[in-house]
Design a protein around this ligand. Sequence first.
Ligand code: MEV
Length: 298
Amino acid sequence: MVTYSAPGKIFLFGEHAVVYGEPAIACAIDLRASVTAQKHSEVVITSKLGKGEGKHQYVSKAIKKMRELTELGGVRIVIDSKIPVGGGLGSSAAVTIATLAALNEEFGAGLNKEEIAGLGYSIEKEVQGAASPTDTYVSTMGGVVLIPAKKRLRNLDCEIVIGDTGKSSSTRGLVQQVRVLKDNHPEIIEPIFSSIGNLAKKCEVLVEKGDCNAVGELMNVNQGLLESLGVGCAELSALVYAARGAGAIGAKLTGAGGGGCMVALADKMYVEGVASAIESAGGTPIKSKITETGVRRE
Ligand code: MEV
């Protein structure tokens, strides 16, 4: 029996555009999902969502992928995640990566971290229809990462406050919705993707310099571009404006949007104020930190 955990993530820049190959910057955060795998006579998957393969599409695909690589009969999988489900914080990627790592050890498949991240990405693509390698790579490796270059950047020395709207959304549905918008108006939407990519490119330098003020300012620009792609919603905007009003340097939605979570960057002295403003605006604040630690054995 073995347990692995993997972190969730936030996007500083680049969600949606990254699906079309534009650069993005994402950070692993200190909310983790743990997965225990134990050889068993049949396949049993349990989490707070309930029991069964139907409720755990990513885990069930992870087992199938591992079966192609090593001898795997039955397995008992127990999932314990602190990452809100469907909240844009990469909970499915964290569960997928922790599952793959646990199965890798329990069944001696001999995969390295790069291979685990790659397998996780192929699972996300199959379940979501389209996906970028962001969530799975960041969850595997930890830290602040520029995608698709997979370049590790310096950790930003400022506080992160997440606001959960409590409204769950479907990444698959939102990715499809953006694709339809792009197919209907490519001459309008493709330049928006490029602008989002340019924000990530510019911020690679700003993150390396540790310039939180400029990063925050450009996160606000990224939020405007995400709104123009139609992935914002009233609940997210309420939390974004509340956080900015309470002194956040920058605030934007994170992940697929349409609900889920927003993320604010704040100086230490504003963290409590930003958290209570998010709460007063109807959200659940989560004070978080960037973590260097990707998938690890517990
Ligand atoms: C989801 O966390 C982020 C999207 O860009 C999809 C992806 O990158 O796979 C919307």
